[in-house]
Design a protein around this ligand. Structure first.
Ligand code: ZN
Length: 131
C-alpha cells in the first residue's frame, strides 16, 4: 500500500455549541490539516500514486472555503458543531468528492482514496478522521 500526504494551514474562528467551558466563546485557531491518501498501485509510467499538485489543488479549494471565516456560519457547520473532529470529517468528505471529480487527465488513480485527515487546532491538540 502506498500513502502520500499533503499539509495546508488556515486561520478561522469558531465557537463550540453545547460546550461548558471557554471553547463555547468565539475564538480562533491557526489550523493545520494533513490529508493522507492511499492506494495499492502507482502509475507505471510516472511512478506516482497521485500528483501532489492535484491533491493541493483540491485541498486548497476546501481551505479557501474556511480561511478567515467564522466556521459556525458556513454549511454544514451552521448545524454541525465545528469541532476539530467534525472539521476532519468535512475535509475527508470534500477531498474524496474532489478526487472523484478530478479531470480524466489528472494522475489520480481510480483506486486512490482518503486514508485519513488530521486537524491540528494547536501544536499539541489534534483530531483524526478515517473513513
Ligand atoms: Zn477552538
Amino acid at each position: 500500500m502506498f500513502e502520500v500526504s499533503v499539509e495546508e494551514t488556515f486561520a478561522a474562528g469558531h465557537a463550540l455549541r453545547h460546550y461548558k467551558g471557554k471553547c463555547e466563546n468565539v475564538h480562533g485557531h491557526n489550523y493545520r490539516i494533513r490529508v493522507t491518501l492511499e492506494g495499492e498501485h502507482v502509475d507505471k509510467v510516472s511512478g506516482l500514486l497521485v500528483d501532489f499538485a492535484d491533491i493541493k489543488r483540491i485541498l486548497r479549494k476546501i481551505v479557501a472555503y474556511l480561511d478567515h471565516q467564522f466556521i459556525n456560519d458556513l454549511p454544514p457547520f451552521h448545524e454541525l458543531n465545528p469541532s476539530a473532529e467534525n472539521i476532519a470529517w468535512f475535509f475527508c468528505t470534500e477531498m474524496q468528492k474532489g478526487l472523484t471529480e478530478a479531470p480524466a487527465n489528472a494522475t489520480a488513480q481510480a483506486s486512490v482514496r482518503v486514508r485519513s485527515v488530521r486537524v491540528w487546532e494547536t501544536d499539541t491538540c489534534e483530531a483524526t478522521y478515517r473513513p
